[in-house]
Ligand binder design. Structure first.
Ligand code: DAH
Length: 363
C-alpha cells in the first residue's frame, strides 16, 4: 500500500471513529431537545469531516500531484472515501431530522377530545341582581329609572325635604359632611327633589342609589348601603295608589298570595306617613316554617321593609308644584336586608368585602 493510500485509509478510520457515537444513536423515545442537540453536533461533524479544511478536502487536492499512472486509481480511492463520509452523514442527518419533525408534531398535536378550559366571566353582584329585578317590575308599571349625585347640598339633603333645622339626621354624628354645606346623602329621597325639578309633574320614577350614614359596621349595618326610592305625582293620587303600587310590586316579587301591611309612622317629607311590611315569603305569614319559628320574619309572619307616605305639600312647593292641584306618594327602602333575606346571607358586611369566594356564589 502506498504512502498516499495509507493516508486515505487513515482519514477513513478517523471519520469512522468520530462517527461512532452517531452510528450507535438510539432514536427510540429520544426527547426533542436531545435530538436537536445531536443534529447540531452532526452538522459540526460534517464541517470538520468534509469542509474546506477537512482531511478529505486536502486529499482531493493531492490528486493532481500524484504520478500520472497512479492518478486515476488514487482519485477513485479518494472520491470513494469522500462519498462514503458524505453519504454516511447524509443518512444520519435524515434519520435525525425525521425524528425531530415527528417529535414536534407529537408535541403540537391537539387532543380535540380534552375538555375545554372554562373562561372566567364576570357576573352581577347580588345587590345588583335584586335591584334589577325590582327595576324591571317598576319599569313595567310605567316608572322611569332616575339617578343622581351622592354628594348633595344641605338644601337637597334636608331643606327641600322639609327636614327641620333641629332634626337629628342633620347632625354630624349621623351624616358624613364633606365641606360646609355639603354631605354624602343619607337617603335617596334627595332624588325626589332633583327629579321633580328636572322633569316636572306628572312624574313616576324609581331611584336606586348608594347612601351613607355614620353607623358602626356590624352584621346588619354598613356605613354605605343602597336604597330604592319611588315617587309618583299626578292629579288625584291617593294613599290607595301607594298601597296598590307597593302591594302589586311585592306580589310580583314574592308571589300572588303576598299581602302587605301599612303602619302609621312619621317622616318629615310625607304626610301622612306609613311604614310597610309584607307577609313573610318563607312561612307565608304564619310565623312557622317546618314546625320551627320562621327565621326571616323571626316568627312574626311579617317582614318590615320601608317607609312611605303622601308627599308633603312643602316638598311639592319646593319643587314648584302646586299641592292644591297635584298630590303624590313616595316610598323608600334598603336593598341590603332584602338581598340578605333572598340569599340567606347572615352578615351584610360580606357584600362589600369583595371576597371572590363569597361573590362567586351568585352566578
Ligand atoms: N328615606 C327614608 C329612610 O331612609 C325612607 C322613606 C320614607 C322614603 C318615606 C320615602 C318616604 O320616600 O316617603 O328611612
Amino acid at each position: 500500500m502506498s504512502e498516499e493510500e495509507r493516508q486515505i485509509q487513515g482519514i477513513r478510520e478517523a471519520f469512522e471513529q468520530e462517527f461512532e457515537r452517531f452510528a450507535a444513536l438510539n432514536l427510540d423515545g429520544m426527547a426533542l431537545s436531545d435530538a436537536e442537540a445531536r443534529l447540531q453536533e452532526l452538522r459540526e461533524l460534517r464541517i470538520r469531516q468534509t469542509g474546506k479544511r477537512s482531511a478529505i478536502a486536502g486529499a482531493m487536492k493531492l490528486i493532481g500531484r500524484v504520478a500520472p499512472h497512479e492518478r486515476s486509481a488514487f482519485g477513485q480511492l479518494v472520491q470513494s472515501v469522500e462519498k462514503l463520509i458524505a453519504g454516511t452523514i447524509d443518512a444520519a442527518e435524515i434519520l435525525l431530522s425525521d425524528h425531530i419533525s415527528a417529535a414536534r408534531t407529537e408535541l403540537e398535536r391537539l387532543d380535540v377530545t380534552l375538555p375545554g378550559r372554562r373562561p372566567r366571566t364576570g357576573h352581577l353582584h347580588p345587590i345588583t341582581i335584586l335591584r334589577q329585578r325590582i327595576e324591571d317590575i317598576f319599569v313595567a308599571m310605567g316608572y322611569a329609572i332616575e339617578d343622581d349625585r351622592e354628594i348633595e347640598t344641605d338644601y337637597y339633603n334636608f331643606d327641600a325635604l322639609n327636614i327641620p333645622e333641629a332634626h337629628p339626621a342633620r347632625e354630624s354624628q349621623d351624616t358624613f359632611y364633606t365641606t360646609k354645606g355639603f354631605a354624602l346623602r343619607s337617603q335617596t329621597s334627595t332624588v325626589q327633589i332633583r327629579a321633580m325639578e328636572r322633569r316636572g309633574v306628572p312624574i313616576r320614577i324609581l331611584a336606586p342609589g348608594r347612601v351613607f350614614r355614620r353607623d358602626t359596621p356590624d352584621m346588619t349595618h354598613t356605613p354605605m348601603f343602597h336604597q330604592l326610592e319611588g315617587l309618583c305625582v299626578d292629579k288625584g293620587i291617593t294613599m290607595g295608589h301607594l298601597k296598590g303600587t307597593v302591594t302589586e310590586w311585592l306580589k310580583r316579587m314574592y308571589g300572588p298570595d303576598t299581602v302587605t301591611r301599612f303602619r302609621p309612622s312619621y317622616f318629615p317629607f310625607t304626610e301622612p306617613s306609613a311604614e310597610f311590611d309584607f307577609s313573610c315569603f318563607k312561612c307565608a305569614g304564619t310565623g312557622v316554617f317546618e314546625s320551627e319559628r320562621c327565621r326571616p320574619c323571626k316568627g312574626s309572619g311579617w317582614i318590615e321593609l320601608g317607609g312611605s307616605g303622601m308627599v308633603h305639600p312643602n316638598v311639592l312647593r319646593s319643587c314648584g308644584v302646586d299641592p292644591t292641584v297635584y298630590s303624590g306618594f313616595a316610598f323608600g327602602f334598603g336593598l341590603e336586608r332584602m338581598t340578605a333575606l333572598m340569599y340567606n346571607i347572615d352578615d351584610i358586611r360580606h357584600m362589600f368585602e369583595n371576597d371572590v369566594r363569597f361573590l362567586e356564589q351568585f352566578r
